[in-house]
Design a protein around this ligand. Structure first.
Ligand SMILES: Cc1ncc(COP(=O)(O)O)c(C=O)c1O
Length: 400
């Protein structure tokens, strides 16, 4: 018998044994990979039906802004459809460099580096900076890209309980004398709460640790002009490295890291996710540049986002829903058990609202939830409709 075949059969066993998704599909409650055939800001077409998008990260509603679309179209004509190479070699455009200068100035750092996704920005930042004798300390609710960046590094990874500064301090003491990097999310993507940056900055200073913040969900949302979590606390100078993504408020795809010129230069020459992957395409880069401008020139968008956020948060709370620690446009609606959550998600979806079910391992088994997220462009009547729907369906199934 051919031993290669035997090995292959064993390799694929895990795929045949993975039946969970197929079982959920049979019940009609499978909520993932829903295909969108048309998108018009807050309204998307799914399965031939127009429904309200309340599960995107398009916080400022910039994906359809005329200036963003125009900039993307112009860049497509001028530079073509892709960069066909890494930033390190043939893929750097003047647009990338302009974007890096604007981002650095906007965030308040010396220098910036554009990656092709936010996921890669975190991988690239952590794996390059954390060497053999270093320790990376991460919050247990940090995004998967931070966890994976830590795994990819050659250093030691320590995880502390979400927001537990006492545990973080004891880990900093344990590893005193080594190169230390603390990495947190500025805004937590499943909870919608804000990191305690003042306490983190204080610990980082006292123990000689570097502090990096992933502001994926904070840019466009927090800070006087949407600069993010550090600006929100007035601590931009105290946070060593600020990373983020273009896939949320900036309405595109791509990521970035900002910091000192020396750190950015080091990453440019040693960060594998930057060097061994193709550069951000021209249309996306130009779109982000335009979005960054709109973000500052149209502050009413951020004001509207917060008005919408408070309206949904207050409305859900007064209906009797548990929204956890949410203090941003990410508003989780806690349902409980997994199947109850899938069933409730289906009812909400059928009623015309798109939300994201969040189940273990992302949350504890009895704290499954629908993650809703607001956009600046949601209308009052769309939020009223969502609240009426949650009121009616919640009473129907007896959760409120
Ligand atoms: C906190 C956080 N960091 C990083 C990322 C990755 O960003 P991107 O979609 O640009 O890869 C995400 C996206 O979900 C995120 O929520």
């Amino acid at each position: 018998m051919n031993t290669d075949t035997l090995q292959q059969v064993a390799l694929f066993d895990k795929c045949s044994n993975f039946t969970q998704a197929r079982e959920i599909k049979k019940t009609g409650l499978y909520p993932y990979f829903k295909s969108i055939s048309k998108s018009n800001d807050t309204i998307v077409t799914i399965e031939g039906r127009d429904i309200i998008m309340m599960g995107s990260n398009n916080y400022l509603g910039l994906t359809h802004h005329p200036k963003v679309l125009e900039a993307a179209r112009d860049a497509l004509e001028r530079y073509g459809s892709g960069c066909t190479g890494s930033r390190f070699l043939n893929g750097t455009l003047d647009l990338h460099e302009i974007l890096e200068q604007r981002l650095a100035a906007f965030i308040g750092k010396e220098s910036a580096l554009v990656f092709s996704t936010g996921y890669q920005a975190n991988l690239g930042l952590i794996s390059a900076l954390v060497g053999r004798n270093d320790v990376v300390l991460i919050d247990k609710l940090d995004h998967a890209s931070i966890v994976d960046g830590a795994k990819m590094s050659y250093g030691v990874t320590e995880r502390f309980r979400h927001g537990d500064m006492a545990q973080l301090e004891s880990l900093l003491q344990k590893h005193s004398g080594k190169g230390l990097l603390i990495v947190v999310d500025g805004v937590y993507s499943m909870e919608g709460n804000i990191a305690n940056l003042p306490a983190l900055v204080d610990l980082a200073h006292r123990y000689g640790a570097a502090l990096a913040v992933d502001d994926a969900h904070a840019v466009g949302v927090l800070g006087p002009n949407g600069e993010g979590t550090a600006a929100h606390f007035g601590l931009a100078d105290e946070v060593d490295v600020i990373a983020g993504t273009f896939s949320k408020s900036l309405g595109s795809i791509g990521g970035y890291v900002t910091g000192t010129e020396e750190v950015i230069d080091y990453l440019k020459h040693l960060s594998r996710p930057l060097m061994f992957s193709a550069a951000l395409p021209p249309a996306n880069t130009a779109g982000v540049l335009a979005a960054l401008e709109v973000m500052v020139s149209e502050p009413e968008r951020r004001e509207n986002l917060w008005k919408n956020t408070h309206k949904l948060q207050d409305g859900l709370k007064s209906l009797g829903y548990e929204i956890g620690a949410s203090e941003t446009p990410i508003v989780p609606v806690v349902i409980g058990e997994l199947w109850d959550t899938f069933r409730f998600w289906r009812k909400v979806f059928d009623a015309g609202i798109f939300t994201n079910p969040v189940v273990p391992p992302a949350v504890p088994p009895k704290e499954c939830r629908l993650r809703t997220s607001l956009m600046a462009s949601h209308s009052d009547s769309q939020i009223d409709f969502a609240l009426d729907t949650f009121a009616k369906l919640g009473k129907e199934v007896g959760i409120i």
